[in-house]
Ligand binder design. Structure first.
Ligand code: C2E
Ligand code: MG
Ligand code: MG
Ligand code: MG
Length: 288
């Protein structure tokens, strides 16, 4: 990266930046074939009901098992996939795999009896929102897997929907009308107008991890408590459920439960992991 000093521009040698650029370039080159080579896999992190501690579903989180670099987190390659357009087929693959997985969890235990209807949350990138195939792909995946639309929740970041016009919202509205839940991810980081929420076809707010982090201190910052309390009461008055991300301690979970949040996700319950682990967690929880 070029840095400027004293008004003149110098190319300063920065070995780390160079290494990052080389890796980024290498990853971008390897990305298009990674999907065909089966290098992506999905981990699942439980979504836990704060009232009774039961596992209600899971969020699907994609990883790339790169032949040289090992397991890469989505922050390393999702931006590249968005840039190169691979995000559309990759996102479709993640959606199909995850819905299929949810179906398998259900089949393994004879429907809703032991496990309850586990729901599956899948992240959508803004590029997928503007791609014309989104609604049809989703419908086909639900049909192929025999899953009901209300078992699926699509997560869209707040920043992707800021200032969204009607064209962008149309596919989300169609999906919401079918019964698919739409969650506003990383809520509270995007400076969106709260009144704007009414216009969006969302049924879940996912409160960003930064709020959860401020509940770590005891006593928590009273202003943060008031903000979360206010968001929760606004959300509930608009009929939205509130999920909190990044719960790492029991104290945070308790605080967020008292503040009225509905569902929680975080290392305190479980790190993202393979599908069998999610299944075991949900089963243990259902059978005591
Ligand atoms: P996100 O959707 O907000 O997902 C939550 C992130 O928080 C995940 O990071 C998860 O592993 C992490 N996390 C969960 N619990 C805790 C906790 O208690 N403490 C801390 N510090 N972190 C926790 P991950 O898996 O690295 O994913 C990062 C982001 O990548 C996701 O943020 C999401 O925006 C994106 N992403 C992941 N999978 C997909 C995908 O299939 N498609 C798209 N478009 N984006 C994806
Ligand atoms: Mg998410
Ligand atoms: Mg999130
Ligand atoms: Mg987040």
């Amino acid at each position: 990266r070029a840095k400027s000093a004293g008004g003149n521009r110098f190319e300063l040698a920065d070995p780390e930046a160079d290494a990052r650029a080389i890796t980024r370039h290498g990853l971008t080159t390897a990305l298009p074939t990674a999907l065909d080579r089966g290098e992506f896999f999905i981990e699942y992190q439980p979504l836990v009901h704060l009232g009774d501690g039961s596992v209600r579903g899971a969020e699907a989180l994609v990883r790339w098992l790169h032949p040289q670099h090992g397991v890469l987190s989505p922050d390393r390659f999702i931006p590249l996939a968005e840039h190169t357009g691979l995000i559309v087929p990759l996102g479709r693959w993640v959606l199909e795999q995850s819905v299929r997985q949810a179906r398998e969890w259900r089949d393994r235990h004879g429907g809703a009896e032991a496990l309850g209807p586990l729901r599956i949350n899948v992240n959508l990138s803004p590029c997928q929102l503007t791609h014309p195939g989104l609604v049809q792909d989703t419908v086909e995946i639900l049909e192929r897997t025999g899953m009901e639309p209300d078992a699926l929740c699509l997560e869209v970041t707040e920043s992707a929907l800021i200032g969204a016009d009607d064209d962008l919202l149309k596919p989300l509205r169609r999906l919401a009308e079918m019964g698919v839940d739409i969650a506003l991810d990383d809520f509270g980081t995007g400076y969106s107008n709260l009144a704007n929420l009414r216009r969006l076809p969302v049924s879940v707010l996912k409160l960003d991890r930064s709020f959860t982090q401020s509940m770590q201190r005891f006593p928590a910052d009273p202003v943060d408590l008031k903000i979360v309390e206010g968001i929760v009461s606004l959300a509930h008055s608009l009929d939205l459920a509130v999920t909190v991300e990044g719960v790492e301690t029991g104290a945070q979970a308790e605080q967020l439960r008292i503040l009225g949040c509905d569902t929680a996700q975080g290392w305190y319950y479980a790190r993202p992991g393979p599908p069998d682990r999610l299944h075991d967690l949900a089963l243990v929880d259902a059978t005591g």
